[in-house]
Design a protein around this ligand. Structure first.
Ligand code: F6P
Length: 341
């Protein structure tokens, strides 16, 4: 068989582990050929690819980012490019395409699959918000980075009697905020799923200082928003891909808390540091298993499917299911993080 692989959307620790695993399983165990498209769907649209042999993937297991490069392609460009993609698939003699990506990539994968192209998707995102899989690789690494940062920020906040508002990634869901906040013992966790009341937050943080504590750490997902009317808030706009461009919840909250509490409050934005660098062992294992099972799915002819973790098993689920809804933080999980003082 001849298989094409690509990585699309925001990068994520573990992408290289999937690429390596696909190549190993396909070449060594099945005698297949693998090519990698450069910079995601763009590579497939422009027929820009490289041959992936064992040498090409040697030493990349622990490497962050993606050796194939990644990019975002506007959905309308892909919709208008389906016939072009089909032409390239035929020209290259491809039997299957394995796109590795998040919500946007999997939606595009579904579009191509619905048009009859042989696709097996692999989910990735540090946000962990794809409902069809229990976990996505990259999440464990991002939570580790955020937790390490929070541990470090706690000691400096304590020295200076400050409130630190730490903004972590998470556009629509607060999984990174929830897990890193719990792991580091943050004093408040703000998630997009549950609009916060700034007065309540100020009271909570104020009560800590009144009780003699010297600092407070608030973790806010970038998509967290105040309850309507609770404070003036700049929501930001959208980028060319229709994604929210955030105006900075941490920065805006720092101003508001400092004004209300008379305590120094500083924003800290972790940003892309959460996505960079070497994946954790957990993410390497999950990514490797996804790659292995994606090749198996190709050989079984299970097109229009995506690999997923269910419990400890890797299964395949329809791409249609994968893109149907986001996995949001449920109220009961949020409640577990609220009992901190
Ligand atoms: O979806 C993954 C993610 O890391 C989000 O958490 C974040 O909002 C977004 O990507 C950032 O994307 P970009 O790298 O394009 O700024």
């Amino acid at each position: 068989m001849r298989i094409g692989v690509l990585t699309s959307g925001g990068d994520c620790p573990g992408l290289n582990a999937v690429i390596r695993s696909v190549v190993h399983r396909a070449l060594v165990d099945h005698g297949d050929e693998v090519i990698g498209f450069r910079d995601g769907w763009k590579g497939l649209l422009e027929c820009d690819y490289t041959k992936l042999d064992l040498d090409a993937v040697s030493g990349i297991l622990a490497l962050g980012g993606t050796v194939l490069g990644s990019s975002r392609v506007r959905p309308e460009r892909l919709r208008g490019g389906v016939e072009r993609v089909r032409g390239h698939v035929e020209e290259l003699g491809l039997d299957a395409i394995i796109p590795i990506g998040g919500e946007g990539t999997l939606k595009a994968a579904r579009l191509l699959s619905d048009s009859g192209l042989p696709i097996v998707g692999v989910p990735k995102t540090i946000d962990n918000d794809i409902a069809a899989t229990d976990v996505t690789f990259g999440f464990d690494t991002a939570v580790g980075v955020a937790t390490d940062a929070l541990d470090r920020l706690k000691t400096t906040a304590e020295s200076h009697q400050r409130v630190l508002i730490v903004e972590v990634m998470g556009r629509h869901t607060g999984w990174i905020a929830l897990h890193s906040g719990m792991a580091a013992g943050a004093h408040a966790v703000l998630v997009p799923e549950r609009p916060f009341d700034v007065e309540e937050l100020a009271q909570r943080v104020g009560a800590r200082f009144a009780a003699g504590k010297r600092s407070a750490i608030v973790v806010a997902a970038e998509g967290a928003e105040p309850r309507a009317g609770s404070m003036e808030f700049d929501e930001g706009g959208t980028d060319v891909y229709g994604h929210r461009r955030f105006a900075g919840v941490a920065r805006q909250l720092a101003v508001e808390l400092e004004r209300r509490l008379g305590k120094e409050a500083r924003p800290v934005i972790l940003g892309h540091v959460q996505r960079g660098g070497t994946p954790t062992a957990y993410d390497r294992v999950l990514a490797t298993r996804f790659g292995w099972h994606a090749v198996e799915a190709v050989h079984r002819g299970e097109f229009g499917m995506m690999t997923a973790l269910r419990g400890t098993e890797i299964v395949t689920v329809p791409l249609a299911e994968a893109v149907s809804r986001l996995k949001t933080v449920p109220a009961e999980r949020y409640a577990e993080a609220e009992c901190v003082v």
